[in-house]
Ligand binder design. Structure first.
Ligand code: PGA
Length: 249
Protein backbone atom coordinates (compact mmCIF):
# COMPACT_ATOMS: atom_id res chain seq x y z
CA UNK A 1 0.00 0.00 0.00
CA UNK A 2 1.33 3.41 -0.88
CA UNK A 3 0.13 6.30 1.21
CA UNK A 4 -0.41 9.75 -0.16
CA UNK A 5 2.59 11.52 1.26
CA UNK A 6 2.38 14.44 3.69
CA UNK A 7 4.85 17.30 3.62
CA UNK A 8 4.47 19.45 6.73
CA UNK A 9 6.47 22.59 7.39
CA UNK A 10 7.39 23.32 10.99
CA UNK A 11 8.09 27.04 11.14
CA UNK A 12 9.10 26.76 14.82
CA UNK A 13 9.46 30.22 16.45
CA UNK A 14 10.16 32.06 13.20
CA UNK A 15 8.26 34.56 11.12
CA UNK A 16 6.42 37.86 11.40
CA UNK A 17 3.24 39.18 9.84
CA UNK A 18 5.24 40.56 6.93
CA UNK A 19 7.56 37.58 6.49
CA UNK A 20 4.62 35.16 6.63
CA UNK A 21 2.79 37.12 3.94
CA UNK A 22 5.78 36.91 1.62
CA UNK A 23 6.34 33.20 2.30
CA UNK A 24 2.65 32.38 1.80
CA UNK A 25 2.46 34.47 -1.39
CA UNK A 26 5.26 32.39 -2.86
CA UNK A 27 3.91 29.07 -1.60
CA UNK A 28 0.38 29.70 -2.82
CA UNK A 29 1.67 30.81 -6.18
CA UNK A 30 3.92 27.80 -6.62
CA UNK A 31 2.07 24.93 -4.98
CA UNK A 32 -0.33 24.20 -7.86
CA UNK A 33 -2.12 20.89 -7.49
CA UNK A 34 0.41 19.00 -5.37
CA UNK A 35 0.79 15.25 -5.61
CA UNK A 36 0.89 15.05 -1.83
CA UNK A 37 -0.81 16.56 1.21
CA UNK A 38 0.78 19.80 2.38
CA UNK A 39 0.61 21.61 5.72
CA UNK A 40 2.33 24.46 7.51
CA UNK A 41 2.60 24.36 11.31
CA UNK A 42 2.82 27.96 12.38
CA UNK A 43 3.38 29.84 15.66
CA UNK A 44 0.10 30.26 17.56
CA UNK A 45 -0.16 34.07 17.18
CA UNK A 46 -0.23 33.66 13.40
CA UNK A 47 -2.92 31.00 13.17
CA UNK A 48 -5.59 33.52 12.16
CA UNK A 49 -3.35 35.17 9.59
CA UNK A 50 -2.37 31.89 7.96
CA UNK A 51 -5.89 30.46 8.18
CA UNK A 52 -7.13 33.39 6.13
CA UNK A 53 -4.41 32.95 3.52
CA UNK A 54 -4.54 29.18 3.01
CA UNK A 55 -8.35 28.82 3.06
CA UNK A 56 -9.48 27.10 -0.12
CA UNK A 57 -5.90 26.19 -1.09
CA UNK A 58 -4.19 22.78 -0.95
CA UNK A 59 -2.20 23.96 2.09
CA UNK A 60 -3.61 22.81 5.43
CA UNK A 61 -3.07 24.65 8.68
CA UNK A 62 -1.12 23.10 11.55
CA UNK A 63 -0.15 24.07 15.09
CA UNK A 64 3.12 23.23 16.81
CA UNK A 65 1.70 22.04 20.10
CA UNK A 66 -1.62 21.53 21.86
CA UNK A 67 -2.56 21.48 25.52
CA UNK A 68 -3.38 18.16 27.14
CA UNK A 69 -6.11 20.03 29.06
CA UNK A 70 -9.50 21.00 27.68
CA UNK A 71 -9.67 24.45 29.33
CA UNK A 72 -8.96 26.40 32.47
CA UNK A 73 -6.04 27.70 34.50
CA UNK A 74 -3.17 26.73 32.22
CA UNK A 75 -1.44 30.01 31.46
CA UNK A 76 0.21 30.12 28.08
CA UNK A 77 -1.43 27.03 26.64
CA UNK A 78 -3.80 26.57 23.72
CA UNK A 79 -6.53 23.94 23.82
CA UNK A 80 -7.49 21.73 20.91
CA UNK A 81 -10.90 23.44 20.85
CA UNK A 82 -9.19 26.82 20.38
CA UNK A 83 -7.07 25.42 17.56
CA UNK A 84 -10.27 24.09 16.04
CA UNK A 85 -11.69 27.59 16.00
CA UNK A 86 -8.94 28.51 13.54
CA UNK A 87 -9.39 25.55 11.22
CA UNK A 88 -6.30 23.71 12.45
CA UNK A 89 -6.04 20.29 10.81
CA UNK A 90 -2.75 19.03 12.31
CA UNK A 91 -0.88 19.57 15.56
CA UNK A 92 2.72 18.58 16.15
CA UNK A 93 2.91 16.71 19.45
CA UNK A 94 6.00 15.70 21.39
CA UNK A 95 8.54 17.49 19.23
CA UNK A 96 12.00 16.86 20.67
CA UNK A 97 12.31 20.58 21.45
CA UNK A 98 9.21 20.29 23.64
CA UNK A 99 10.49 17.09 25.23
CA UNK A 100 13.91 18.65 25.84
CA UNK A 101 13.13 22.25 26.85
CA UNK A 102 9.70 21.76 28.39
CA UNK A 103 10.19 18.40 30.02
CA UNK A 104 7.40 16.69 28.10
CA UNK A 105 7.25 13.05 29.10
CA UNK A 106 5.78 10.19 27.09
CA UNK A 107 2.69 10.47 29.32
CA UNK A 108 2.22 14.16 28.50
CA UNK A 109 2.70 13.42 24.82
CA UNK A 110 0.03 10.71 25.03
CA UNK A 111 -2.38 13.09 26.79
CA UNK A 112 -1.80 15.76 24.14
CA UNK A 113 -2.35 13.19 21.42
CA UNK A 114 -5.68 12.24 23.00
CA UNK A 115 -6.69 15.90 23.38
CA UNK A 116 -6.03 16.60 19.71
CA UNK A 117 -7.89 13.48 18.55
CA UNK A 118 -10.88 14.34 20.72
CA UNK A 119 -11.29 17.51 18.67
CA UNK A 120 -10.66 15.96 15.28
CA UNK A 121 -7.14 17.36 14.94
CA UNK A 122 -4.56 14.94 13.54
CA UNK A 123 -1.58 14.77 15.88
CA UNK A 124 1.84 14.51 14.24
CA UNK A 125 3.57 12.57 17.01
CA UNK A 126 7.35 12.98 17.01
CA UNK A 127 9.75 10.29 18.14
CA UNK A 128 13.52 10.14 17.88
CA UNK A 129 16.73 9.30 19.65
CA UNK A 130 19.52 11.62 20.76
CA UNK A 131 23.07 11.19 19.52
CA UNK A 132 24.09 9.63 22.85
CA UNK A 133 21.23 7.15 22.60
CA UNK A 134 22.16 6.24 19.03
CA UNK A 135 25.80 5.78 19.95
CA UNK A 136 24.80 3.59 22.87
CA UNK A 137 22.83 1.39 20.47
CA UNK A 138 19.52 2.39 22.05
CA UNK A 139 17.75 3.89 19.01
CA UNK A 140 15.18 1.12 18.63
CA UNK A 141 14.39 0.93 22.31
CA UNK A 142 13.86 4.71 22.55
CA UNK A 143 11.62 5.14 19.51
CA UNK A 144 9.60 2.06 20.39
CA UNK A 145 9.01 3.35 23.91
CA UNK A 146 7.94 6.76 22.58
CA UNK A 147 5.60 5.23 20.02
CA UNK A 148 4.17 2.72 22.51
CA UNK A 149 3.00 5.61 24.67
CA UNK A 150 0.60 6.85 21.97
CA UNK A 151 -0.47 3.55 20.45
CA UNK A 152 -3.41 2.92 22.72
CA UNK A 153 -5.09 6.27 23.06
CA UNK A 154 -8.52 5.73 24.56
CA UNK A 155 -11.35 5.37 22.15
CA UNK A 156 -9.32 6.28 19.11
CA UNK A 157 -7.84 4.29 16.34
CA UNK A 158 -4.10 4.56 15.88
CA UNK A 159 -4.75 5.15 12.18
CA UNK A 160 -5.86 8.68 13.05
CA UNK A 161 -2.33 9.75 13.95
CA UNK A 162 0.71 10.64 11.89
CA UNK A 163 4.11 9.58 13.24
CA UNK A 164 7.27 11.60 12.60
CA UNK A 165 10.67 10.01 13.11
CA UNK A 166 13.05 12.84 13.90
CA UNK A 167 16.48 11.79 15.12
CA UNK A 168 17.40 14.59 17.53
CA UNK A 169 20.97 14.71 16.21
CA UNK A 170 19.67 15.51 12.72
CA UNK A 171 17.36 18.39 13.67
CA UNK A 172 18.64 21.76 12.53
CA UNK A 173 22.18 20.40 12.31
CA UNK A 174 22.46 19.81 8.58
CA UNK A 175 23.27 16.18 9.46
CA UNK A 176 20.53 14.15 7.82
CA UNK A 177 20.03 10.51 8.58
CA UNK A 178 21.04 8.57 5.49
CA UNK A 179 18.09 7.13 3.59
CA UNK A 180 19.13 3.68 4.83
CA UNK A 181 19.40 4.82 8.46
CA UNK A 182 16.00 6.48 8.27
CA UNK A 183 14.36 3.57 6.47
CA UNK A 184 15.62 1.08 9.02
CA UNK A 185 14.02 3.01 11.89
CA UNK A 186 10.84 3.56 9.88
CA UNK A 187 10.65 -0.19 9.32
CA UNK A 188 10.94 -0.77 13.07
CA UNK A 189 8.11 1.71 13.70
CA UNK A 190 6.00 0.15 10.94
CA UNK A 191 6.48 -3.31 12.46
CA UNK A 192 5.44 -1.99 15.85
CA UNK A 193 2.32 -0.41 14.36
CA UNK A 194 1.61 -3.64 12.55
CA UNK A 195 1.82 -5.58 15.75
CA UNK A 196 -0.54 -3.16 17.53
CA UNK A 197 -3.03 -2.54 14.74
CA UNK A 198 -2.32 -4.92 11.91
CA UNK A 199 -5.24 -3.89 9.74
CA UNK A 200 -4.30 -0.20 9.90
CA UNK A 201 -0.50 -0.25 10.07
CA UNK A 202 0.15 0.17 6.37
CA UNK A 203 -2.07 3.25 6.20
CA UNK A 204 -0.42 5.16 9.05
CA UNK A 205 1.91 7.78 7.66
CA UNK A 206 5.42 7.84 9.10
CA UNK A 207 7.22 11.08 8.22
CA UNK A 208 10.94 11.67 8.39
CA UNK A 209 12.27 14.92 9.87
CA UNK A 210 15.74 16.27 10.50
CA UNK A 211 17.55 18.44 7.96
CA UNK A 212 15.40 17.28 5.08
CA UNK A 213 15.99 19.71 2.24
CA UNK A 214 15.51 20.24 -1.48
CA UNK A 215 18.63 18.23 -2.28
CA UNK A 216 18.03 15.14 -0.17
CA UNK A 217 14.22 14.94 -0.12
CA UNK A 218 13.71 12.75 -3.18
CA UNK A 219 16.00 10.00 -1.95
CA UNK A 220 14.54 10.01 1.57
CA UNK A 221 10.98 10.08 0.25
CA UNK A 222 11.80 7.21 -2.07
CA UNK A 223 12.25 4.80 0.84
CA UNK A 224 9.42 2.30 1.20
CA UNK A 225 8.40 3.30 4.74
CA UNK A 226 8.93 7.07 4.49
CA UNK A 227 5.52 8.61 3.88
CA UNK A 228 6.45 12.26 3.95
CA UNK A 229 8.51 14.84 5.77
CA UNK A 230 8.39 17.22 8.70
CA UNK A 231 10.49 20.11 7.51
CA UNK A 232 11.99 22.80 9.74
CA UNK A 233 14.58 25.15 8.25
CA UNK A 234 13.82 24.39 4.61
CA UNK A 235 10.11 25.15 5.11
CA UNK A 236 10.96 28.81 5.64
CA UNK A 237 12.33 29.13 2.11
CA UNK A 238 9.54 28.89 -0.45
CA UNK A 239 11.61 27.51 -3.35
CA UNK A 240 13.08 24.79 -1.13
CA UNK A 241 9.76 23.83 0.42
CA UNK A 242 8.13 23.73 -3.02
CA UNK A 243 10.91 21.48 -4.32
CA UNK A 244 10.36 19.08 -1.44
CA UNK A 245 6.62 19.05 -2.19
CA UNK A 246 7.39 18.32 -5.83
CA UNK A 247 9.63 15.41 -4.77
CA UNK A 248 6.79 13.82 -2.77
CA UNK A 249 4.65 11.83 -5.13
P1 PGA B 1 14.98 20.79 10.52
O1 PGA B 1 13.83 20.61 11.64
O2 PGA B 1 14.35 20.42 9.20
O3 PGA B 1 15.34 22.25 10.60
O4 PGA B 1 16.10 19.89 10.89
C1 PGA B 1 12.91 19.55 11.57
C2 PGA B 1 12.03 19.59 12.79
O5 PGA B 1 12.53 19.85 13.89
O6 PGA B 1 10.82 19.33 12.70
Amino acid sequence: MTNRKLIAGNWKMNGSLAANEALLDALLQGVGAPGCDVAVCVPAPYLAQVQGRVAGSPIALGAQDVSAQPQGAFTGEQSAAMLNDFGVRYAIVGHSERRQYHGESDEVVAAKTAAALARGITPIVCVGETLAEREAGRTEEVVKRQLAAVIHVNGHCISEIVVAYEPVWAIGTGKTASPEQAQSVHAVLRAQLHHAASEHAAGIRILYGGSMNAANAAELLGQPDIDGGLIGGASLKAPDFLQIIAAAR
